[in-house]
Design a protein around this ligand. Structure first.
Ligand code: 6PG
Length: 473
């Protein structure tokens, strides 16, 4: 039988969908799952694609079925299961074979795995895949980290199965070792910020303007035709339209307001902190999910302090206009932070991350896909990609027009007692970023006062101490 082009281990939802996508694009694929019943079920679900699938009963059978050098995608839970699969594959693979981890791995694990495989003759690819189940089946965005040679072996398959933006594949090699998984992590960090800011705007529409889900849905649907056009805004409108079959109520009204998370948002924030790059909107989004999980405490606090009751006054049309621009301004700041973190990591880890390419492969397939990313791709194509997005000319103009709305919305939400942590962090970041003279002169004075840490002067180079006298520590 003709050898398979590629192999895949782990036929969960994402793995199965990715395998079917690969088969559908004309690439024979060998598959293996620890539970044979799942392999069987997968084969049965393959339908017309059955001939493109080689079901394997063991990992040896799987590697035997693939054309060398043999690429094998691992699509299992991040963490120990990945290490277990790598250990198993090491026993049966030979020189130049390629292990591809397509899960949501922590890029530090990916870097460690690269090191561990050094000298074994095998190569490793850390591959971020975004787009959920639908994306995996019909076209995800694919972020690859590894050696350029190993990418060459799989480029054909990956570009074929990826989403396309105006015909351009949303798959690319981004750098060595952990680059792909790092970029996927920041994608998710931005996803958290995007989602949180949308939720905050929804909260204002619901509680500040007293609108029902069915009234809010067309607002988002309308915004989806303009500058906010994106997958997340589109699904927000769909979610708000949906009714709960059991109660007939809007489904959003019967969902418990306790958000889950699997870790990628938190990793983004940890890495941003490690790199010393502010990512406050992402941080606020992660914290908001954590706070949301403290449902009982929140209910008790609402009793103790009273509910946030103030409504937004004024003309609804004006408020809606401001909300749209506020969300746009918040989005600019959040993306500026995400890209700045990637620029910092690129330097730190020597990846030379191609920012315009990253923006390009996020234009379709992934969860944060949007028109906006096309604007970013174009802007970065003209500017030095280490420039903060807020300083790229096209964005200076857009943010200049949008930030007054963000300011008004954050101020009004604060007055009404409605929490907008991501939007207000975005605003504070912007205001701090564009303030030529800040107030950390005082912080420096205090540090010197109690710890003799020294400070710089505005009028002479060097390190100085203040005239603190006997009160100083
Ligand atoms: C994607 C998603 C995907 C997944 C996240 C959700 O890009 O396809 O980001 O990776 O949905 O893991 O993360 P949380 O469970 O942490 O919200």
């Amino acid at each position: 039988m003709e050898k398979a082009e590629i192999g895949l281990i782990g036929l969960g939802t994402m793995g199965s969908n990715l395998a079917l996508n690969i088969a559908e694009k004309g690439h024979r694929i060998a598959v293996f799952n620890r539970t044979p019943a799942r392999t069987q079920a997968f084969v049965e679900s393959a339908g017309a694609l059955r001939d493109m699938v080689v079901p394997c009963a063991s990992i040896e059978e799987l590697t035997d079925a693939i054309r060398p050098p043999r690429p094998v995608i691992i699509m299992v839970l991040a963490g120990t299961p990945v290490d277990e699969q790598i250990a198993a594959l090491r026993g049966v693979m030979s020189a130049n074979d390629i292990i591809i981890d397509a899960g949501n791995a922590n890029f530090r694990d990916t870097m460690r795995r690269f090191k561990e495989l050094e000298g074994s003759g095998l190569t490793f690819i850390g591959m971020g895949v975004s787009g959920g189940e639908e994306g995996a089946r019909h076209g995800p965005s694919i972020m690859v980290g590894g050696t350029p040679e190993s990418y060459q072996r799989v480029e054909g398959v990956l570009t074929a199965i990826s989403a396309k933006f105006k015909g351009e594949p949303c798959a690319a090699w981004l750098g060595t070792d952990g680059a792909g998984h790092f970029v996927k992590t920041i994608h998710n960090g931005i996803e958290y910020a995007d989602m949180q800011m949308i939720a905050e705007i929804y909260g204002i529409l619901r509680d500040g303007l007293g609108m029902r889900p069915k009234e809010i849905a067309p607002v988002f649907a309308g915004w989806n035709k303009g500058r906010l056009e994106s997958y997340l805004i589109e699904i927000t409108a769909s979610v708000l339209e949906a009714d709960d079959p059991k109660t007939g109520r809007p489904v959003v009204d019967i969902i418990l307001d306790r958000a889950g998370q699997k870790g990628t948002g938190k990793w983004s924030v940890i890495e941003a902190q490690q790199l010393g790059i502010p990512a406050t909107a992402i941080e606020a989004a992660v914290a908001a999910r954590v706070l949301s999980s403290m449902k009982d405490e929140r209910l008790a606090a609402e009793k103790a302090y009273g509910a946030n009751a103030l409504k937004f006054a004024g003309d609804r049309g004006d408020v809606l206009g401001d909300l749209e621009l506020a969300l746009f301004a918040g989005k600019i700041a959040a993306y500026a932070q995400g890209f700045a973190v990637m620029a910092g990591a690129s330097k730190e880890f020597g990846w030379n991350l191609p920012m315009p390419t990253i923006a390009k492969i996020w234009r379709a397939g992934c969860i944060i896909r949007s028109q906006f990313l096309d604007t970013i791709a174009e802007a970065f194509g003209k500017a030095d990609p280490s420039t903060n997005l807020l300083m790229v000319p096209a964005f200076v103009e857009m943010m200049g027009k949008a930030h007054p709305s963000l300011r008004r919305i954050v101020a009004r939400a604060a007055e009404a007692g409605l929490p907008v942590p991501a939007l207000s962090s975005a605003l504070a970041y912007f205001d701090g970023y564009r303030q030529g003279r800040g107030s950390t002169d005082l912080t420096q004075a205090q540090r010197d006062f109690f710890g003799a840490h020294g400070f710089e002067r505005i009028d002479a180079p060097g390190a100085f101490h203040g005239p603190w006298g006997s009160g100083a520590a």
